[in-house]
Ligand binder design. Structure first.
Ligand SMILES: [Zn+2]
Length: 51
């Protein structure tokens, strides 16, 4: 696993969380066109927090 810059999904149907692991199973499902840098003020995704 690798820590990366915070990113989140801009898709309104996705959970309001951000990710900071490149192999997060939730984060990997975000297509590049929905992926934005930063946290957007969201809490950290549970998968990323557990890693
Ligand atoms: Zn995550």
């Amino acid at each position: 696993m690798a820590k990366v810059s915070a990113y989140y999904s801009t898709n309104p149907s996705d959970p309001d969380v951000y990710h900071d692991q490149d192999n997060c199973p939730s984060g990997q499902q975000i297509p590049s066109y929905n992926r934005a840098s930063g946290t957007n003020g969201y809490p950290k995704c549970k998968h990323c927090a557990d890693m």
